[in-house]
Design a protein around this ligand. Sequence first.
Ligand SMILES: N[C@@H](CCC(=O)N[C@@H](CS)C(=O)NCC(=O)O)C(=O)O
Length: 230
Amino acid sequence: MRNSLPYTFRSGTGTVATPVSGDARVKLYFAPGACSLAPHIILREAGVRFSLERVDTRAKMTETGADFLAINPKGYVPVLMLDDGEIVTEGIVLQQLIADQNPQANLAPPRGSKERRKLEQWLVFLATEVHKAHIPLFWPGTPESARPLFIAKIGQRYDLIEKTLSDDRAYLTGETFTIADAYLFTLANWAQRVEMDLAKWPYLERYMQRVARRPAVEAAFEAEELKRPA
Ligand SMILES: N[C@@H](CCC(=O)N[C@@H](CS)C(=O)NCC(=O)O)C(=O)O
C-alpha cells in the first residue's frame, strides 16, 4: 500500500527509549522523520537536556508500551513533556517554547518584536500551508488522481520560499538559523517521500544541504535512525 507507513523513512533498529542525557529534564515523543524532527533539532540547537520516546502513531503506542492516547488524546506527535509533567502539543508551540526558554541559543527573536512577528508568520505559513498540504499524501486512502493537486499546492508554497531564498540569504529570515528553519527543513525533507524533486527549487535545494550539515541536524538524524539527506 502506497505510503502506508508515512513516517518510517528507514526502519529503525532501536526498540528502547533513547536517553540523550543521563539527567534529562524533558521528554520529546517523536516518530522518525515526522514533524517532531523540528522540535528535536531545536532541542539540540538549544543545548537542552532531553530524552526521546518513539511513538507508533498508527498503533498509538510508545516504544515503552505506554498508551499514546493517554499522553496526547489528539494521537499525534510532537509532544513535549516538561520537567513538571506538563504535556505540550502543537509543533509551533513547542518550537517557540524551547526557543523562548533558551534565549542564549538565539533561535527566535524576542516576543513582541517586529522580527518575531515575521518569524511567527513563517511558522504559521509552514504549519497551515506547507505541513498540512502534505498530510493527505500520507493517507493510504487518498486517490491517485488527487495527488497531483496536493503536490502542485506544495509546489506553489515552495515557489514563494524559493523567491525568499533567492537573495542568497543563508536561512529563511536572514543570516541566523531560527526555529522556522528547523521546521522548513523537516517538511522539505519529505520531498522524496511524496515524489517531489527539489531540483526545481535550486535555492531551496542548497538551503536543505546547508541545514543538513548543522551538527544538531546530523545528531537528530542519527538519533532517529534516519537516512542522511543526499
Ligand atoms: N497540528 C499538529 C499536527 C501534527 C501532525 O500532523 N503529526 C503527524 C506527524 S507529522 C502525526 O503524528 N500523525 C499521526 C496521526 O495524526 O494519527 C502539529 O502541528 O503539531
